[in-house]
Design a protein around this ligand. Structure first.
Ligand SMILES: Nc1ncnc2c1ncn2[C@@H]1O[C@H](COP(=O)(O)OP(=O)(O)O)[C@@H](O)[C@H]1O
Ligand SMILES: [Mg+2]
Length: 233
C-alpha cells in the first residue's frame, strides 16, 4: 500500500544543510499499521510530513497506492482545530472545499463512527473534553474517506484512560474503513498495541525494523533499539 524508498529530506543549504530524514526505506501493507519510534528530533514527524506533501523530498521516492490524499492526525487537537469553528463547521469545511454535496448525512455518519454524540455538533473546541476534541480531529481527517492516515503522537496529549479509548477507536476504524496507518509514538506500549510492524529511527535513519511480535518481546539486534527498550522499563 505504501512504499518508501531511500527517502531523504533536508533543511537549509550549504554548511547549514541538515538532513532530517536520511535514506529511509520501508513498506506498509494495506490495512496494516506501521509504527515509527525514536527519540525526539530523529525525523519522525518530518517523514510523515513528507508523505503528506508538506515538506519537499530531496531524493528517493514514495508511492502511496491511493488516489486520495493521506490525512494527518496530530498530537494536540486544540492546536489542530480552529477555536472559532464549531464541530459542524470543522467537519463541513473539507466537504465544501471538495464540493461534496451530501454534507448532512456525511457529518452525521462520521460523528457516529467516531463516537461523538449528535448533541456536540454545534459546540466549539473549548466546550469539549480532550478526548472529544481528538475525536473531532479524527472525524475531520476521515470525512473525505482517505485510505491512509498518518498519526503523529495522536494520544500523547490525552489522559491515560482517554488514550485507551482513542487507541481502541483507531483499531476499530482501521477494520471498518480498511485504513492503512503510519503512527509515530514515543510510547512503546501504544505502538505494540496498534502496530503490525515498527521502524526505529535515529538521527534521520531507520536503524531497525521489527515485527510486532519481536517488538513486544523486545527482541532487537540494534544497540539503539535495545537502549530504547531499556529506557522504557
Ligand atoms: N522546517 C524545518 N526547518 C529546519 N529544521 C527542521 C524543520 N523541521 C524539522 N527540523 C529539524 O529536523 C529534525 C527532525 O525533526 P522532527 O521530524 O520534528 O523529529 P521528531 O518528530 O522525531 O521529534 C529536528 O532536528 C528538527 O529541528
Ligand atoms: Mg515529532
Amino acid at each position: 500500500m505504501i512504499r518508501v524508498d531511500d527517502l531523504t529530506v533536508s533543511f537549509g543549504r550549504g554548511d547549514a544543510r541538515f538532513v532530517a530524514v536520511n535514506q529511509a526505506s520501508f513498506d506498509v501493507a494495506a490495512n496494516s499499521a506501521f509504527g515509527l519510534v525514536g527519540e525526539s528530533g530523529s525525523g519522525k514527524s518530518t517523514l510523515l510530513r513528507a508523505l503528506c506533501g508538506l515538506v519537499p523530498v530531496e531524493s528517493g521516492t514514495f508511492d502511496l497506492e491511493s488516489d486520495k490524499k493521506p490525512q494527518m492526525v496530530f498530537q494536540d487537537p486544540f492546536g489542530s482545530l480552529h477555536p472559532r469553528q464549531t464541530v459542524d463547521q470543522a467537519l463541513r469545511e473539507p466537504l465544501l472545499i471538495h464540493g461534496v454535496s451530501d454534507q448532512e448525512p456525511r457529518i452525521h455518519q462520521i460523528m457516529e463512527n467516531v463516537g461523538l454524540s449528535p448533541t456536540l455538533r454545534f459546540r466549539y473546541p473549548h466546550q469539549l473534553s480532550g478526548g472529544q476534541r481528538q475525536r473531532v480531529a479524527i472525524a475531520r481527517a476521515l470525512v473525505l474517506e482517505p485510505d491512509i492516515l498518518l498519526l503523529d503522537e495522536p494520544t500523547s496529549a490525552l489522559d491515560v484512560s482517554v488514550q485507551a479509548e482513542i487507541l481502541n477507536l483507531f483499531k476499530d476504524l482501521k477494520e471498518q474503513r480498511n485504513l492503512t496507518y503510519i503512527m509515530v509514538s514515543h510510547d512503546l506500549a501504544v505502538v505494540s498495541f496498534l502496530c503490525d510492524a515498527i521502524a526505529v529511527m535515529k538521527d534521520g535513519r531507520i536503524v531497525e525494523q521489527l515485527s510486532r511480535d519481536r517488538f513486544a518481546a523486545q527482541d532487537a539486534i540494534d544497540p539503539y533499539t535495545n537502549s530504547l527498550f531499556q529506557a522504557y522499563q
